[in-house]
Design a protein around this ligand. Structure first.
Ligand code: AN7
Length: 367
């Protein structure tokens, strides 16, 4: 099957076709696609007013084919694996990387092996890896243990490691920054983004810098990264042995792209801070109920960060600056991946008899 000859998706031509001239691909690279990228950038309806910035947008990376931003980098990593005649891909994952790797491997006829930390992955993500036929190894350890093992295996066996330590992953992920600039005509003043293994914040920074150098943007955003309090190694400055958070996607104690993320923070004049599980769940609820956006808890971390930052900058000298700012929050993954959390915080379900009067009464409708 020739990937180059076929038109894989009549619409949504994918990251490789759309941004190929800015990616490390050549004539030998198969132009695979599941229609990733080209995700919506939607204006906030309510949270913008709450935080008091000039304009607030959400980049809906949950709208990628497997429901997370990982697809942008995975399509490049898998295309390069195919180009080098790999027969299998391997990753460690808190869930989204494995879902994405499993999907692209299935599409391209590669075997996929995924190492997931025992008991630490949301059900929807596990379902995706199962559905795509990946070989799932339930590691009795955390994500950091799993990644260390995956790296060792890939050094000793002919399997392509598709974690973000694979440089092609960050190259693909930087395209989201291009799309934001293409959509609003310039870079935003501030970019709020969750931080786990720290690849995405590094990739966005690379994308913004690249567009700025090409004079496609007149400025670069301050990069505002957010970790969960129980898994905040970059904030505290030391690895976390036993990372904990309701946001299972970012339960990572020793991020692979730690130094790149610090560089993104420092070169952009940004910050990397932490939010509590309580703050994450509050932002998660606000996004769903005031914006109609159902994301997973890890994604809500950056909105929790925005609410926190706005509270702190309100009285301070930064207040005026913030009120004049354009802000983008990166909504990294879909809420459907983690139904347990959604059903766990508040259940509004009420049992009723299958009678019209019972339903009217439950709805508070008078007869
Ligand atoms: C929804 O899938 O690490 O800082 O193994 O799934 O680039 O790691 C996922 C991370 C944010 C953090 N939001 O991004 C994995 C994995 C969601 C995520 C992050 C992840 P990075």
């Amino acid at each position: 099957m020739s990937y180059r000859a076929e038109t894989e998706t009549p619409s949504h031509s994918g990251v490789l076709r759309r941004y190929g001239d800015r990616l490390p691909i050549g004539l030998e690279t198969p132009l695979i696609s599941l229609g990733e990228g080209d995700t919506p950038l939607v204006r906030s309806r309510r949270i913008e007013g709450r935080v008091g910035c000039r304009e607030l947008y959400f980049k809906l990376e949950m709208c990628n084919p497997t429901g997370s931003f990982k697809d942008r980098g995975m399509v490049v990593a898998v295309a390069k694996a195919l180009e080098s005649d790999a027969k299998a891909v391997l990753c460690a994952s808190t869930g989204n990387t494995s879902a994405s790797a499993a999907a692209y491997a299935a599409r391209c006829g590669l075997d996929a092996y995924v190492l997931v930390p025992h008991g630490n992955i949301a059900q929807g993500k596990l379902a995706q890896a199962v559905a795509h036929g990946a070989r799932i190894l339930d590691v009795r350890g955390n994500f950091d243990d799993s990644l260390r093992l995956a790296r060792r295996i890939s050094e000793q066996h002919p399997v392509a490691l598709v974690n973000s330590v694979n440089p092609h992953r960050l190259e693909g992920q930087k395209t989201a920054a291009f799309e934001i600039v293409d959509a609003i005509g310039d870079a935003p003043d501030l970019l709020f983004i969750p931080v786990g293994n720290a690849g995405n914040i590094s990739a966005y920074w690379r994308g913004f810098v690249e567009y700025y150098r090409a004079e496609l943007a007149t400025k670069k955003p301050r990069m505002m990264g957010w970790q969960a309090e129980g898994a905040a190694p970059i904030v505290t400055g030391k690895p976390v042995e036993n990372p904990q958070s309701v946001a299972s996607a970012i339960r990572i104690g020793n991020p692979a792209s730690w130094l790149l993320a610090e560089a993104a923070r420092d070169e952009s004049g940004g910050e990397i801070n932490a939010v509590s599980d309580y703050e994450i769940l509050e932002a998660y609820r606000l996004l769903a109920q005031e914006e109609g956006i159902f994301c997973e808890p890890a994604s809500a971390a950056c909105v929790a960060g925005l609410l926190k930052y706005a509270r702190h900058s309100a009285g301070a000298t930064g207040g005026r600056l913030f009120a004049d700012s354009s802000v983008v929050c990166v909504i990294t993954g879909h809420g459907l991946k983690d139904p347990e959390t959604a059903l766990g915080i508040e259940s509004e379900m009420q049992e009723v008899e299958p009678r019209i009067e019972a339903i009217e009464e439950a709805m508070g409708l008078a007869r």
